[in-house]
Design a protein around this ligand. Structure first.
Ligand code: AMP
Ligand code: MG
Length: 309
């Protein structure tokens, strides 16, 4: 814990100087910077090579601080009380006079916010005077990182510091819900749609083409950088074969996300496994059919975007 404390202080040191750092969260590692600083936020876009019109998620630890930046509504409070801190991003109306950098929101009047549950993220946010803008810590459109080493692989010496926080527990990006109109899911994540709907007392839908137009949700994304095909019964010998059900034989191109069919475990291993097969020199990936239930929906959503040509 002492070690964590000194790492958190080191993180603060770089953030206070308007630099970006790698931040562990329970979903994936973020590339974090002071959300109130234009200079710091612009560094995120530059490092990631992210289009400026793709807005960033801002991370908070307290409702009090959040209320300075956005307008809280009833639906927000219902979801906040049940799921925060946790892997849930909510879109709210930005408050007039908020200090959030205009580059975070792409000069729009909505703000995506999240309360991460990773203790390092919480303890860091507690000692800062500002919230953290933090998209996933990867080059735009590539795989999200789930370890400190992955972040270092993405940015090398271009990033000053990454806080060690172990493997991300969930391994998939947060569920995003727009609360500025009738609630709607903009991105699937690990949370069950039925539980979110129950909390809101209204049936939530995930539409591939949402009414709130935001870039970054529909095109190629989460890409391992090599062709990937889904729903495969078998793979060719030159393809890495990604599996979720144990087979009797064991070929050298087999890579299991889980051997027990546990899709929560599969989600956690997804991005690491995709990185591993690429490092091993495979030029193509085949993925076994994954059931479209629960977190399987979010896994298939990511694979679908990763396989977009
Ligand atoms: P990432 O940070 O890479 O996980 O991606 C964040 C995603 O959140 C973006 O691609 C947007 O689709 C979405 N997002 C962030 N801010 C907003 C906003 N103000 N309104 C709608 N969607 C947003
Ligand atoms: Mg991302």
């Amino acid at each position: 814990m002492n070690n964590n404390l000194s790492n958190i202080k080191k993180g603060k040191y770089f953030l206070d100087k308007h630099n970006c750092i790698g931040l562990p969260t329970e979903t994936v590692y973020g590339l974090a910077a002071n959300a109130y600083s234009n200079k710091a936020v612009l560094k995120i876009f530059k490092l990631k090579n992210r289009p400026k019109n793709n807005p960033l998620i801002v991370h908070y630890h307290s409702l009090e601080m959040l209320k300075k930046d956005c307008i809280v509504n009833k639906n927000f409070l219902k979801l906040y009380n049940k799921f925060c801190p946790g892997p849930l991003t909510l879109i709210l109306k930005l408050k007039k006079g908020s200090n959030v950098s205009k580059f975070v929101t792409n000069k729009k009047n909505t703000l995506a916010i999240r309360f991460p549950s990773h203790p390092i993220a919480i303890n860091l946010l507690k000692i800062l005077k500002y919230p953290l803008a933090a998209p996933s810590a990867n080059i735009s459109s590539k795989l999200s990182p789930v370890t400190k080493k992955h972040v270092e692989e993405e940015f090398g010496k271009k990033i000053k510091y990454v806080i060690e926080g172990g493997n991300s527990k969930i391994g998939l990006e947060s569920t995003i819900i727009n609360l500025t109109a009738r609630p709607e899911i903009l991105r699937l994540g690990s949370l069950e749609i039925s539980k979110l709907s129950k909390t809101l007392n209204s049936k939530l839908k995930f539409k591939k083409k949402s009414s709130l137009k935001v870039p970054g949700q529909n095109s190629l994304h989460y890409s391992p950088g090599i062709p990937l095909r889904m729903n495969c019964k078998n793979a060719n010998s030159d393809e890495a074969f990604i599996l979720v059900k144990k087979r009797n034989k064991n070929d050298k191109n087999f890579f299991y996300l889980t051997t027990s069919g546990n899709l929560t475990e599969a989600a956690k291993n997804l991005y690491s496994t995709l990185r591993t097969v690429k490092k091993k020199g495979y030029k193509k990936i085949a993925v076994e059919k994954i059931s479209n239930k629960g977190i399987g929906l979010a896994i298939n959503d990511r694979l679908q975007k990763a396989s977009t040509k």
